[in-house]
Design a protein around this ligand. Structure first.
Ligand code: ACO
Length: 326
């Protein structure tokens, strides 16, 4: 899917101060720093403290993006927050962000699609600019998934971190973006937060209150991740008729270094083509891609006008890629 005349004017991100290292986890579950590094590439992750909310991180990420783009609050027409760990089921976290920023004329809504949320939200936000409905759209990916971890489950406790990333979209004549989005709900059971919604999740069928908790079939998620990212990256490259040489970086969802390595092998590309920061942040869900872009941009790894490819996958199953220029 082609999207015309959209440009990015500012990136920002925010992670909580608290850090949990693999060594810290050794004291909580039967695991080891070696195992986690070898199977995931993760060394540490930032974890929100008590009282810290998804909106807190989203607000700072957006303020940083607005500062970079020199955007005033009353310029914002729309705020989209991609999150599957909102402050509450309602009100939408986007409305809380809108009020805190003082974006008085902005519409606001949340988009829930786990780790694929940011790429979908970017695509949705870009449509409002392309069709000239809005002039200035903020797209945020923000998650505090560590709230939903069973810290005694070593299969999930090692993977996730918290954070937020944001960008500002505005009209940029002549710019061409490409997206490919997809889903396969037959994989819904492989990655879910039980006890978090309207479904009856107790084996006996009787309703019982229980803390929402992430459940994951890691190997199924791994296979889907590789398949779907290879497919969606190839799609945006083929549709745009741009070659991999013209792409400065592929910025994949940062879930596991081995997943990214498998995708790299299938696409037959060099390691330098991929930007990876999962070692320092873990899987920050909808925030992972915008945090990585913000970091890469501010450190000069990617520059204005560079073409980059984003590749996401996650619960749903859902997946999506975007070929965008900065
Ligand atoms: N420490 C030590 N041993 C462990 C740990 C741990 N943290 N976790 C599992 N093991 C053990 C298992 O019990 C198993 O032992 P056994 O052979 O005696 O039964 C052994 O290690 C191998 O377990 P596997 O599950 O086969 O390990 P695998 O190599 O598949 O790695 C992992 C597990 C890291 C979870 C991997 O499957 C993965 O990354 N999957 C994708 C997960 C993911 O990306 N999730 C986020 C999706 S995005 C979203 O929408 C939220």
């Amino acid at each position: 899917m082609k999207v015309n005349n959209v440009g990015i004017y500012g990136w920002g991100s925010c992670v909580p101060e608290g850090v949990v290292t693999n060594f810290d986890l050794e004291g909580m579950v039967l695991t080891s720093d070696d195992w986690i590094r070898e199977r995931t590439g993760i060394i540490k992750r930032h974890v929100a403290c008590r009282g810290e909310k998804t909106s807190n991180l989203a607000i700072i990420a957006l303020q940083n993006a607005m500062e970079m783009g020199n955007i005033k609050p009353d310029e914002l027409d729309l705020i989209i927050v991609a999150t599957s760990s909102p402050d509450m089921l309602f009100p939408a976290t986007a409305c809380i962000v809108q009020d805190a920023i003082g974006a008085k004329k902005a519409a606001a809504f949340d988009l829930s699609l786990a780790c694929s949320g940011f790429v979908y939200a970017l695509c949705v936000g870009a449509q409002f600019i392309q069709n000239e409905a809005y002039r200035c759209v903020a797209v945020i990916g923000a998650d505090i998934l560590t709230r939903f971890i069973d810290w005694s489950d070593r299969k999930t406790a090692i993977l996730f971190g918290d954070g937020a990333g944001a960008c500002i979209l505005k009209y940029k004549p002549g710019n061409e973006w490409w997206f490919f989005l997809g889903s396969d709900g037959s994989g819904a059971d492989h990655l879910k937060i039980i006890g978090s919604g309207s479904s009856d999740y107790t084996p006996s069928g009787s309703f019982q209150k229980r803390l929402p908790t992430i459940q994951m079939n890691g190997q199924e998620v791994f296979k889907f991740a590789v398949r779907s990212m290879v497919k969606s990256v190839k799609n945006v490259i083929n549709e745009s008729r741009i070659s991999f040489e013209d792409i400065s970086k592929i910025i994949p969802h940062q879930a596991n270094k081995r997943i990214i390595e498998s995708v790299r092998k299938y696409l037959n590309l060099k390691s330098e083509k991929f930007y990876i920061n999962v070692d320092r942040f873990g899987n920050t869900s909808a925030a992972s891609i915008p945090i990585a872009i913000d970091e890469a941009y501010r450190s000069g790894v990617i520059k204005p006008n560079d073409k980059i490819v984003l590749a996401a996958f996650g619960a749903g199953f859902a997946f999506g890629s975007g070929l965008i220029s900065l």
